[in-house]
Write a protein that binds this ligand. Structure first.
Ligand code: GLV
Ligand code: MN
Ligand code: MN
Length: 411
């Protein structure tokens, strides 16, 4: 029996349902933000399944969780596959979790089929991919690829001022695993993910052979003014932080409106303080997330942002903190070809496509040969509790994944 034939669609679907209960929301999504008790519960769930199958489990200093199936050559660098288990605050059941469960299903399928590979194969759940609670996103894979970034990440705070190192300690206390050193040698990496857009469904294809990820930047813009009485303070005397924020936001939407609608520009979080209806806001901040396949466009927009804040902030003080930046990523041609070839051999329809969303694979691609496999999601809806995917497509993508991992692990 081949690894692909041993992929068990029902088991994979059931595991998604089991995980969806951890942080499950009334609308059918999940709220399992990074390093929360729900994240710890998901870690314990995955580790429990892994131990029941006799796989090794360990973590690293940023909390990435690894599951290892041994190869015949214990000294050979492993092939790695996975994604993330943290979610948006109103996230779906498949974003990230699919890649982790597909990798785990691949290990189980190989085990069921009695297939030995030369290299070990490991499943991984990277810490804090979403970056909705702690900045930046794709943090676990970033630190794995650049261990020198660990110290800075541990000092990051969430929106309530909680330090990442404290949240991480709590998580690892609730979901303990043996600790290994950061950033060990990896032969290659393949990540499965739902597409999070509509193209596969529109074109009736089962598999997206992912060729690249567009570049992205993330900022926090803060405006500091002066609190004052809403009923008595004339306009000329106000230093209204929210008023400055709206001027800047409007100007940014304007410059971000490209004619061909390629640029992705989002203001996703706004906070105003003290948040009282009858006090002129003394402080406000907002986040900017922008993406484009051309790094030059992002650089130009960075310049626009600095200019617009400088002119739009007064009489308030405006500051810009860049909290994340990733140039466009091209995946490895060998891995891309291998994914396409195995998809074809399994008789599945496919198309090449770049990714609009970020993934941990963008960090690991700078570390070892890397590729990605996309499967369709219903109406392209993602970062939404209504996110959905079909058991059949999830299993199909996993069959491709097993074949690719097996080929890489026998090189
Ligand atoms: C992750 O979901 C991202 O693309 O920001
Ligand atoms: Mn994701
Ligand atoms: Mn996401």
């Amino acid at each position: 029996m081949s690894g692909a034939k041993s992929v068990n669609e029902q088991r994979l679907w059931r595991r998604h349902a089991d995980m969806a209960r951890l942080g499950g929301t009334p609308r059918g999504g999940v709220n399992r933000q990074a390093l929360s008790p729900e994240d710890a519960a998901a870690r314990n769930q995955l580790a429990g399944w892994a131990k029941a199958r006799g796989f090794g489990v360990f973590t690293d200093p940023i909390g990435n969780l690894f599951v290892r199936r041994e190869g015949t050559d214990a000294a050979a660098a492993p092939v790695l596959s996975g994604s993330h288990m943290d979610s948006q605050p109103t996230g779906g059941r498949f974003d990230g979790m699919y890649g982790v469960l597909a990798a785990f299903e691949a290990l189980e399928a190989l085990e069921d089929a009695g297939i030995r590979t030369r290299r070990p194969i490991m499943a991984v759940a990277w810490t804090n991919e979403e970056g909705s609670r702690f900045q930046p996103g794709a943090m676990g894979s970033l630190v794995f690829a650049h261990p020198d970034r660990l110290a800075g990440m541990l000092e990051q705070k969430d929106w309530n001022g909680m330090l990442l190192k404290d949240a991480l300690a709590e998580t690892l206390n609730s979901a303990p695993a043996p600790m290994r050193a950061l950033g060990f040698a990896v032969d290659s990496y393949v990540e499965a993910h739902i597409e999070q857009g509509p193209r596969l469904e529109l074109e009736a294809k089962t598999v997206g052979v992912v060729t690249a990820i567009q570049g992205s930047r993330r900022y926090i813009v803060t405006l500091e003014g002066e609190e004052a009485h809403a009923g008595t303070t004339p306009r000329a005397a106000r230093k209204d932080a929210f008023s400055a924020l709206t001027r800047i936001a409007e100007a940014m939407y304007e410059v971000a409106s490209d004619a061909d609608d390629t640029l992705r520009f989002t203001i996703g979080r706004v906070e105003v303080s003290p948040g009282s209806p009858n006090t002129v806001p003394g402080k406000a901040f907002f986040t900017i997330d922008m993406r484009h396949p051309d790094e030059g466009v992002l650089q130009k927009l960075d310049g626009d942002l600095h200019r617009i804040v400088e002119t739009g902030a007064p009489p308030c003080r405006g500051t810009i903190e860049r909290v994340g930046a990733m140039p466009p990523t091209d995946f490895d041609p060998f891995v891309i070809d291998l994914v396409r070839e195995r998809t074809e051999a399994l008789g599945l329809s496919h198309m090449d496509m770049p990714s609009g969303a970020n993934h941990d694979a963008m960090n690991i691609a700078r570390h070892c040969p890397t590729g990605m496999i996309f499967v369709p999601c219903e109406r392209g809806i993602s970062h939404n509790e209504l996110e959905n995917a079909s058991p059949r497509d999830l299993a199909a993508g996993t069959r491709v994944l097993v074949e690719v991992l097996e080929a890489l692990a026998n090189r």
